[in-house]
Design a protein around this ligand. Sequence first.
Ligand SMILES: Cc1cc2nc3c(=O)[nH]c(=O)nc-3n(C[C@H](O)[C@H](O)[C@H](O)COP(=O)(O)OP(=O)(O)OC[C@H]3O[C@@H](n4cnc5c(N)ncnc54)[C@H](O)[C@@H]3O)c2cc1C
Length: 451
Amino acid sequence: MAEDVDVVVIGMGPGGEALAGELAEAGLSVVGIEARLVGGECPYYACVPTKMMIRAADALAEARRVPELAGQARVDPDFTPVAARIRGEATNNWNDQAAVDRFTGKGGRFVRGRARITGPRTVAVNDTVFTACRAVVLNPGTEPVIPPIPGLADTPYWTNRDAVVATEAPESLVVIGGGAVGLELAQVFARFGSQVTVLEAAPRLLSSEEPEASDLLAQVLRADGLDVRIAAEVRTVDYSGDAFTVELADGPVRAHRLLVATGRRTDLKALGVDAVGCDAGARFLEPDERMRIADGVYAIGDVTGKGAFTHVSMYQGAIATREILGRPGPGADYHAVPRVTFTDPEVGAVGLTEAQAREHGLAVLVGFTELPSSARGWIHKVGNRGFIKLVHDAERGVLLGATSVGPTGGEVLSALVVAVHARVPTDTLKQMIYAYPTFHRAIEDALTHLR
Ligand SMILES: Cc1cc2nc3c(=O)[nH]c(=O)nc-3n(C[C@H](O)[C@H](O)[C@H](O)COP(=O)(O)OP(=O)(O)OC[C@H]3O[C@@H](n4cnc5c(N)ncnc54)[C@H](O)[C@@H]3O)c2cc1C
């Protein structure tokens, strides 16, 4: 069957879902195609359920801090309410009917299936070929990458999708991958009583962030009882029926569960992007600042490689929406993309790291201050580890990037995102009044240490 419509959206992640709904509300005939669940990874398997897990795990950690501050507290962790909340409140038992109804209620037409772009404006799904008169939008997201470790593929390993449907914390867990996804889940399960080992192949955790953040997280996690191994070379994986054996250069590690968190990728070949002149072997699609990858074809979300975050997908989706409606605004600008790893302490960062700024040959000054030596950090006492690091462009007098690590590192980051995004002169930041005694007041201290 062949049909003509205005817009076809392939993949309804956060950006695609919002875009499809807005275009349908604006009166266009929009077909939204989703192979799995409308809303994508974020509400069902990623941001939302993992942050519910973290909220619960942080409550346990705070309760364990009571003896240092306020008497006694008994903590008996139970994962049951976490699993129930994820199933009942967050995902409706991994059912997207409400999201589908929301989209169709706006006038959109929903198709469940795996679509393929077959030409400049044509998309095939199930037994239909749609021709999009105005636009095709690609929002396919990413799938977990499973590294080619001998033995691994034949085992019942977990990805994030299995971890969020777990109904109990495993007795022991090996996490392969010390990035944001691996570390957040490693800390959650450790706080619920799992014996956790983290294996990171790179020389440090969170390798795309500042090395001070990597070091601090490694210290904090180890102090919490996690076995954190960096520069770890996994040779083989074996599963015996109730336990995994992960063979490393320095001997085996055994655990009941194994979580693979080694990055994510899109299968561009299966998506058919060569039909619109894009390289199907590339890691990402490279849209222009208006999100176009070809005439009338747009790409948004993780597949663009501009930051695998829901806020990037939404930001790009809004730009593409304006373009398709013929109301163009400012193009995409990625110099101040915020990113937060929701470990405890949280690691928030924006813009360039010190190393990236130096690679660009910029006149870099760095300001650094430890949170425990700030008034609020000292008051906070147990659980106060963290710092502010500022990367300053001495020539232009603005911040290029910043990192905020601490109990509310992601929230403190907001001030630094404004500074980097709006290129607020550092002199202006130095003249501001910072409320006493807040964690964000440490920014003022870091500014006085720029050298
Ligand atoms: C464990 C974890 C935690 C995370 N936590 C955070 C967080 O706290 N904050 C944050 O900002 N980000 C977080 N992320 C990242 C976030 O989930 C993604 O960046 C976000 O979902 C946006 O992705 P997307 O829009 O590219 O598409 P996705 O959300 O990946 O959705 C794409 C959809 O397209 C569908 N699809 C793919 N191909 C086809 C096809 N051919 N036909 C039809 N449908 C197709 C898929 O089924 C999928 O539903 C986390 C990720 C993980 C894994």
